[in-house]
Every structure is written in structure tokens, then in C-alpha cells.
Design a protein around this ligand. Structure first.
Ligand SMILES: NC(=O)c1ccc[n+]([C@@H]2O[C@H](COP(=O)([O-])OP(=O)(O)OC[C@H]3O[C@@H](n4cnc5c(N)ncnc54)[C@H](OP(=O)(O)O)[C@@H]3O)[C@@H](O)[C@H]2O)c1
Length: 196
């Protein structure tokens, strides 16, 4: 009886000590549950190349290892007090806002084609009112939020690698839409509303 009570207390103590880390794990799982269990099943017309899949797999294994080790082994304890820290609160808000923008923009892109069609259309509405790549802007906002909410180099690494990949793609896509669609709105920027 006393032993069971001791284990119960120990479990509670561990939860209190790791509450912030567990909340961060919740954000992480929220994003990756969508990316792995929902996003791949939204129909797409063109197949993804094996090299892109392999690269994504390798990078995400690295990101998961780095962030998991940091959160639960190498980094400072993120206990209940971290849940009220402005870095966590602001970061979590950015993470969820960025996630919403990324998901809604991806859905607009995926709905541009009717089944069997392959051609590209000019996306409109939502974040596309302001920028060519709101899905990338959402993704980068989300990882900025993650880096802030965990306040770690491991989190900043994902942001840096994602930016190195997505910023040049946003610029390339923007050029391509401008050349291809005469009705591409002049006020639409690449990635940062009103700025770039
Ligand atoms: N963190 C990172 O480093 C990272 C890296 C890559 C991707 N991501 C995220 O993963 C998600 C998907 O990325 P992605 O690069 O695959 O996005 P994407 O190139 O914009 O394409 C997404 C889907 O929409 C279709 N599509 C795009 N533009 C279209 C248009 N003008 N007309 C009709 N269909 C169009 C694409 O068809 P096609 O395949 O035929 O082009 C594809 O099926 C994004 O949210 C992105 O932020 C993150």
C-alpha cells in the first residue's frame, strides 16, 4: 500500500517536473499527427519523387532525435513554471497560428485541380491574397513558434533548415507565377506580406 502511494507520488512529481516538456511534446505530436496521418491522404495528382521522400524522412528523424534528446535529457527542466513563461505562451500561439495558415493554404492549393487534372492554376483567397507562398510562411511561423516555445538550439535548427529550403522556393515560385499568369495580383509578395 505504502509502496503504491510512493509510486503515485513519484509519478505526480515527474509530471510536475516535466509538464513544460510534455506540453511541447503535445505541440510536436499535434503537427506530426497531421503531417503523417492526414496530409498524405489528401489526394494529389502528381507523385512525389523517392529522393524527396528519403530526404524528408532523414531530416525529420534528425529533427525528432535532436528535439527529443534536448527536451527530455540534455536541456534544462521544463516544469509547470515554463507553462506560464511568456516565451512558451507566445511561441505556442505562433506555432498554432502558423499551423492554421499552413494547413488552410495547403488545402487551397490541393483544391485547385479537379480529379485527373495536372495543370497549374493561380491560387486565390486566404493567405494567397498577400503572398505567393502562405503555406511556407505558415510552416516557418510554426517553427519560429516552436524555437521560441522551447527556447532551444534544437528548435532553432529546424527553423534554419526549413528557411534554407523554403525561402528560395518561395522566391522561385513567385517568379514562376508572375511569368505564367498575367492576372497575378501586383501587390502579392513572395513570403512576407507587404515587405518581400
Ligand atoms: N519544413 C520544411 O522544410 C518543409 C519542406 C517541404 C515541405 N514542407 C511543407 O509541406 C507542405 C507541402 O509542401 P510542397 O512543397 O509539396 O507544396 P507545394 O509544392 O506548394 O504543393 C502542394 C500540392 O499542391 C499542388 N499545387 C501547388 N501549386 C499548385 C497550383 N498552382 N495549381 C495546382 N496545384 C498546385 C502540388 O501539385 P504538384 O505536386 O503537381 O506540384 C501539390 O500536390 C507545405 O505546407 C510545406 O510548407 C515543409
Amino acid at each position: 500500500m505504502a509502496e503504491a502511494r510512493f509510486h503515485e507520488l513519484l509519478t505526480w512529481a515527474m509530471l510536475v517536473v516535466a509538464a513544460g516538456a510534455l506540453a511541447l511534446l503535445g505541440l510536436w505530436m499535434f503537427h506530426y499527427a497531421y503531417r503523417t496521418l492526414v496530409y498524405p491522404f489528401i489526394p494529389r495528382t502528381s507523385a512525389m519523387s523517392l529522393s524527396v521522400v528519403a530526404m524528408g524522412f532523414a531530416l525529420n528523424c534528425g529533427f525528432s532525435y535532436l528535439n527529443g534528446r534536448w527536451l527530455f535529457a540534455l536541456g534544462p527542466d521544463r516544469g509547470t513554471e515554463w507553462l506560464l513563461d511568456p516565451r512558451f505562451l507566445g511561441g505556442a500561439a505562433l506555432f498554432l497560428g502558423g499551423w492554421t495558415l499552413a494547413v488552410s493554404s495547403d488545402l487551397i492549393l490541393r483544391r485547385l485541380r479537379r480529379p485527373g487534372e495536372r495543370e497549374y492554376r493561380l491560387p486565390r483567397g486566404g493567405g494567397f491574397r498577400l503572398v505567393t507562398a502562405p503555406n511556407y510562411l505558415g510552416e516557418l511561423t510554426m517553427w519560429t513558434g516552436w524555437a521560441l516555445a522551447g527556447w532551444s538550439l534544437a528548435g532553432a535548427t529546424i527553423l534554419a533548415v526549413s528557411a534554407a529550403n523554403l525561402v528560395p522556393r518561395a522566391a522561385r515560385n513567385h517568379r514562376w507565377y508572375r511569368e505564367r499568369f498575367a492576372d497575378c495580383p501586383a501587390e502579392r509578395r513572395r513570403l512576407l506580406p507587404w515587405i518581400w
